[in-house]
Design a protein around this ligand. Structure first.
Ligand code: AOF
Ligand code: ZN
Length: 451
């Protein structure tokens, strides 16, 4: 492999792009060099494996082993897809490759929204007709209609490919399953569901948009102790998690189009909110500050987000209580201001979600503080959670909790995670997943004052 940064990217089950990730979990079969060293014999698409043979018990069902033989190729396709980590929004990351006689003969990935799809890039890379019996591996179902680019199903049919092995079904209602149908109708053999969980999990943000009619995926990230604390009673928080966990956060920052923080965190930490990955240029996502009263604009020494070279990538979300003078001051500095109606000095988070959809911001990574995350949680506005945990205890009720603001009397009222992934990062641990709210989420009205 070349020196492409994407090689630092996630390994297999962990879609967290972390090369150090060796989560001790049964799904974690990192695509290390050994697993990528393709064993020709075991990988030759053997048609007998797909033609159930009564004499052979193992072949009676299209069983796990048959799918498993495709996994090394699909793992490589995933690796290719991740070369565009954070660069394809609002489109998904997709990787593809063509195999002839057990050998990879062409590779490709979808590099950017509006550009050629992975399948076409791969066919172009081959530069000739595939041999009879060639197989296309692709992480996502090929598209079936002509969008801004031609339908991949047509390109596959025209190329005369005999077989397509796919990972995930495209959740885009325009395609969802139709791509597979179209290919089968054209007489192409289609095998689906290879490394499906990884292939689907790769596109958290795209999937969410497709399932919600275009809304942003709002994710919260916390780094805490085993007892759920993010700072000591004296407000010390640097650092609770170690370097591998912090490097992992940088990679997620590179994925999300926007990062959000509250006014308190901006004033306390004066962060830069860029993604800094070794060997890569610093990347600046949209940097969103929630500040209903514009108190971050009051100090003489303004926060870096308003003055640094990326200040035109900063958006301050505020209310009419923020004061026109401060809004003007921000705009004059080149900072964007979203002033949204709110009956209180708190921002309307539902309104924020709508505004993100209008502005085509497909994902927001909320990094804190605890109050902002808790307010999002109270309003059921967190879709996805990243909980980094360090093996450390404060055991101090006056330490700062990562989450608060709910009245949880019964276990049925707990906020839960689904599609959970566990990843170990040095001594720390990441648990992440989709947030599932209880039917009745009770807010503790006494938790915070107005902001
Ligand atoms: C594929 N391969 O590499 C990608 C796919 O506007 P367009 O033409 O780029 O189409 C975007 C849609 O195509 C997107 O919403 C998703 O459903 C699919 N993306 N499909 O076969 C690819 N990026
Ligand atoms: Zn396509």
């Amino acid at each position: 492999m070349d020196s492409d940064k994407a090689n630092l990217a996630p390994d297999k089950d962990s879609l967290a792009p972390n090369k150090d990730n060796l989560a001790p979990n049964k799904d974690n079969l990192a695509p290390n060099k050994d697993s990528l060293a393709l064993d020709k014999d075991s990988l030759v698409p053997d048609k007998d494996n797909f033609a159930p043979n009564k004499a052979d018990k193992a072949n009676l069902a299209p069983n796990k082993d048959n799918l498993a033989q495709h996994e090394p190729f699909m793992r490589r396709a995933l690796e290719l897809a991740r070369k565009a980590w954070g660069r394809t929004h609002p489109n998904p990351m997709v990787g593809a490759l063509i195999v002839e006689d057990g050998e990879i003969v062409a590779e490709g990935f979808h590099a950017r929204d509006g550009e050629a799809h992975a399948e076409r890039v791969t066919l172009d890379a081959l530069g000739r007709k595939p041999k009879p019996g060639a197989t296309l591996y692709v992480t996502l179902e090929p598209c079936s209609t002509h969008g801004r680019t031609g339908a991949c199903c047509d390109a596959i049919r025209e190329a005369g490919l005999a077989r397509v092995v796919a990972g995930a079904t495209d959740p885009n209602p325009a395609h969802a399953g139709r791509g597979f149908d179209r290919l089968r109708e054209a007489g192409i053999k289609v095998i689906t569901g290879v490394l499906e969980r990884d292939c689907a999990g790769l596109n958290l943000i795209f999937n969410h948009a497709m399932c919600t009619g275009g809304g942003p995926l709002i994710a919260a990230k916390s780094a805490m102790t085993l007892d759920g604390k993010i700072a000591t009673r004296a407000a010390e928080s640097k650092w609770i998690t170690g370097p591998p966990a912090r490097a992992d956060v940088m990679r997620w920052r590179r994925l999300f189009p926007a990062i959000a923080i509250g006014a308190g965190t901006l004033l306390a930490d004066n962060p830069r909110l860029t993604s800094r990955i070794e060997g890569e240029a610093e990347w600046c996502p949209w940097r969103i500050v929630f500040d209903g009263l514009l108190r971050t604009v009051m100090p003489r020494n303004l926060p870096s987000l308003y003055t640094d070279e990326f200040r035109d990538r900063t958006i301050v979300v505020t209310t009419p209580h923020g004061g026109l003078g401060y809004m003007r001051k921000l705009r004059e500095m080149g900072v964007r201001v979203w002033c949204m109606e709110s009956p209180t000095q708190r921002n309307s988070l539902g309104g924020f979600r709508k505004k993100c959809a209008e502005e085509k911001i497909t994902g927001v990574f909320v990094e804190g503080g605890a109050q902002l995350i808790s307010e999002f949680l109270q309003e059921r506005q967190i879709d996805y959670l990243f909980a980094y945990t360090a093996p450390m205890l404060f055991a101090d009720g006056r330490g700062k909790s990562a989450y608060s603001g709910l009245r949880t009397e019964h276990l049925t009222q707990a906020v839960r995670l689904a599609d959970v992934r566990h990843e170990s990062l040095g001594d720390d641990f990441l648990v992440r997943g989709r947030v599932v709210y209880p039917e009745k989420l009770q807010v503790d009205e006494t938790a915070f004052g107005l902001r």
